[in-house]
Design a protein around this ligand. Sequence first.
Ligand code: HSE
Length: 413
Amino acid sequence: MSRKLTIGLFGFGVVGQGLHDIIETKDLNLEIRKIVIKDPAKSRSLAPSLFTTDAGAVLDDPEINTVVELINDAEAAYDIVTRALRSGKNVVSANKKMIAAHLEELVALQQEYNVSLLYEGAVCGSIPIIRNLEEYYDNELLHSISGIFNGSSNYILSKIFNENQSYRSALKKAQDLGFAETDPTLDVGGFDAKYKLTIATGHAYGLFTDPANILNLGIQNFSVYDLNYAREKNLKIKLVPTARKIDDGTLTAYVLPKFISSTDFLYNVENEYNGVTVQAAFADQQFFFGKGAGGHPTGSAVLSDIAALRYDYRYEYKKHQSQDLRFTTDVRLQVYLRYQDRALLEQLGFLDITEKFYASDFRYVIGSVRLSKLIEYQEELRNDSVFLAEVVTAKAPLGEIAAQPEALVEELG
Ligand code: HSE
């Protein structure tokens, strides 16, 4: 018989309610003792006696052995989670920003206090990717992990590509459906995907890196020009986080919009669905697919973590203990760049250009640039007249910079 869990829940938003709905349907040998909320004036579907605004009612209650943290605010979440771990409680969290920013410390706290922190719901909603990366791929040579990690931006792109909806109205719908973050810039700007990539990279490769080291460009500046360009070539655009081994000792990671062909698994991942492609040495390509946002899908991942705690499951971070990978941005990427100001091309120092188009209202180039240059000029790349997306051609796979050819921008008219 598994141990009974007495739970203190923080947050009763979309995911908290989703989790509660799911728990109601089953006899799971667990009890939600208290729910800590921010706004006591909001009307709730459950008995008022269950709710409190006092975090101490959970954190200082010795009978509560499990804390489930499902709030938006990453700083408040950090405070709750670290206090809970320090007081010997196991924790389940879905706060990707908080976990990505403090992974190293959270791992140390788990070891020091002999407790477990699980966070499957933080990465790709219902897809069980963390436990798979943590457990299954231990002995596999993982070349790369990439995919669609943000439901809201994918929902927006699907509505634009498939239903000709406007960016604004699609974003509004993603917000109404409860997929988007309180600040949707986190979704469309690729920040949310970056936090998830940071966590996934920790479990896939054992490399913990500061999310600030990972470039994220989003879909905010996606325009009808880019849409038409993609359609002409039977491509779609998706927001794709990527972590890729460059050689035995180095790994790169970034989040960029990407042109996707119909032969790619990600091509048919639509709306709030997420997908993760794992490229491994001997297994070759594998693909995980499922809903990445929403109360019930994310609630199901949270419940799976809660259930795992009943059997004392914890992440062992084995790859981190023995990891000797170095993070690099010294890699060459093949990109499409729509721009207005020619100075940007000079700043980025394209290594080669294979296609270019120049008209008064629409200018683009396709060519190779260094990721380090994109990082250097990331603010310029976020200017609303610019859109950048990764392009992968069979001829020019991504990889190490072998040669340093001269920049070709001077060829442009
Ligand atoms: N805002 C997130 C998304 C929620 O759209 O994917 C799930 O993490």
